[in-house]
Design a protein around this ligand. Structure first.
Ligand code: HEM
Length: 503
């Protein structure tokens, strides 16, 4: 702002020296002349945007609309999403500016239908939905067990047991076809994701990878899927419309009802086992998250909501990342071979990798970064700054405005990444690319960033390492590429089918 103030107040710096004591006023008045208001911000008309959403499949193309928005309006634009006015930010520098001003207790979105459901049913809030002090206290507790490298390494045995079952399942399925074909790999990875996060939460298995999958598991996964489809729709509909068009809201609530019921069933069962152990005078020494929460005195209502939200956060995220990883590796056999060589070299004849092995696998890390750059599971994140107005990119953004951070647009920006639509993990191995540090931030940044990041990374690394040691993964003859679509999260728009050839 200072150089602009200097430019505006005079051609020579001399008069400025005389009024140096008035600099703050000078800067403020220059700033007030420079700063634009939301009214001046470009963006589609409300009817135009609704038209795109409802009649041009906009809800499933929200990631594409980010690219179109940036092309048409520049790095910032506004759009009305039902009753909500949102400011879109699609430039890494500006995203950084927003996140650096997010304050003590960052808020993702104040207007979520997820919160409305909890209010309606009297359920508690978990890390995804809680705010303020309530969020902070659970975040500090879970952060200790989920983000510290040593704490996360301790889950490798638990997760490897789940990976071993996944490999068996993939073998079984690939043997059922003469060409090793496994259809709809995401469905398999949904079950893997749910089993993985359950084992971390309950330190016990729930049978998602058994030959016959329990019906409750399928229903839970289906509820997550439908709930995500309904999320954007229920957010876009003003509450009065729920009475006229009740189906989306009712379906949304039924999904959440089942998800809470599923989580409560598992938590109650696990806590009952602990009570019985205690009654028998046995020592309690759990290494699972539900145990840590209940032992720290977190109220049961909050344990229920936190576990429900962690369960749901661990399913699509893992499934989507693994599905895209294998999709791209099958289409880039030279990278698949290089990655397999890296894994085998580090493993030195052992068959099951450990968490500490990953430190010596730079290509593995680069593959995951590249997959999340191309297919960020959360294509757009959000922030609401509640305590003050802020200035971003020359615009004054009033407090409580919903700010959408367009991560998909920045991670596919050719000014940030050369050949941005291509799968090139090597770009992360050299620093030559020089992209902005906020150009690809798939787990978010700062205090409110993904608390499951370390567990997710470990789970994906362990699964990919073992899959590549057991199989060559090949594409099928289908020539049409699979594209991503938005369902709140970014997921494959249709089934991914691959061939798993046993090695
Ligand atoms: C590849 C996998 C994953 C990706 C890309 C991912 C990405 C994200 C992102 C972008 C956020 C929002 C961050 C922000 O607002 O700044 C988030 C939040 C969160 N994630 Fe993940 N996530 C993944 C896996 C997981 C897993 C496996 C879990 C559970 C173990 C999890 C639990 C959470 C929770 C609870 C939050 C809310 C954190 C808070 O508000 O304090 N995530 N994640």
């Amino acid at each position: 702002m200072l150089p602009q103030a200097l430019k505006m107040t005079g051609r020579s710096a001399f008069p400025l020296l005389r009024c140096a004591d008035r600099w703050p006023d000078v800067i403020a008045s220059a700033a007030s002349r420079q700063v634009k208001t939301l009214e001046q911000m470009p963006g589609p008309s409300a009817p135009g945007f609704i038209w795109d959403l409802l009649f041009r499949r906009g809800l499933s193309r929200l990631h594409q609309l980010q690219l179109e928005g940036r092309r048409r309006y520049g790095p910032m634009w506004k759009a009305s999403f039902g009753p909500i006015l949102t400011v879109h930010v699609a430039e890494p520098e500006l995203i950084e500016q927003v996140l650096r001003q997010e304050g003590q207790h960052p808020m993702r979105s104040d207007l979520s239908s997820w919160k409305d459901y909890r209010k309606l049913r009297g359920e508690g809030y978990g890390l995804l939905t809680a705010e303020g002090e309530e969020w902070q206290s659970v975040r500090s507790l879970l952060g200790k067990h989920m983000l510290r490298p040593k704490a996360v390494e301790a889950y490798d045995g638990t997760l490897n047991a789940v990976v071993t079952d996944l490999i068996q399942k993939l073998k079984l399925r690939s043997q059922q076809s003469s060409s090793g074909l496994v259809t709809d790999i995401s469905a398999e990875f949904y079950r893997f994701g749910l089993e993985g996060i359950s084992s971390v939460l309950f330190e016990s298995r729930i049978g998602c990878l058994d030959p016959v999958v329990p019906v409750e598991t399928e229903r839970f996964i289906q509820s997550i899927n439908t709930m995500f489809v309904m999320t954007l729709l229920t957010m876009a509909m003003p509450q009065w419309l729920h009475r006229l068009l009740p189906k989306p809201w009712d379906t949304f609530c039924r999904c959440w009802d089942y998800m809470f019921q599923f989580a409560k069933g598992h938590i109650d069962q696990r806590l009952e086992e602990e009570r019985q152990k205690m009654a028998r005078g046995e020592r309690l020494e759990g290494r699972y998250l539900t145990y840590f929460l209940s032992q720290a005195g977190v109220p049961l209502k909050s344990v229920y909501s936190n576990v429900t939200e962690l369960l749901l956060a661990g399913v699509d995220t893992i499934s989507s990342t693994l599905s895209w990883s294998l999709y791209e590796l099958s289409r880039h056999p030279e990278i698949q071979t290089a990655l397999r060589d890296e894994v085998r070299c580090v493993m030195k004849g052992r068959s099951v990798p450990e968490a500490r092995d990953v430190a010596a696998m730079p290509l593995m890390k680069a593959v995951m970064k590249e997959i999340l750059r191309l297919y960020p599971v959360i294509p757009a994140n959000a922030r609401v700054i509640t305590d003050r107005d802020i200035t971003i990119g020359g615009y004054l953004i009033p407090r409580n405005t919903l700010i959408t951070l367009c991560h998909y647009a920045t991670s596919r920006d050719p000014r940030q990444f050369s050949d941005p639509d291509a799968f090139v993990p090597q770009r992360w191995l050299s620093r030559s690319e020089g992209s902005h540090p906020y150009a690809s931030v798939p787990f978010g940044v700062g205090k409110r960033s993904c608390v499951g990041r370390r567990i997710a990374e470990l789970e994906v690394y362990l699964a990919l390492a073992q899959i590549l040691m057991h199989f060559n993964v090949e594409p099928t003859e289908e020539s049409a590429p699979v594209r991503p679509m938005t369902r709140t999260l970014l997921v494959p728009e249709r089934q991914i089918n691959l061939r798993f050839i046993e090695r």
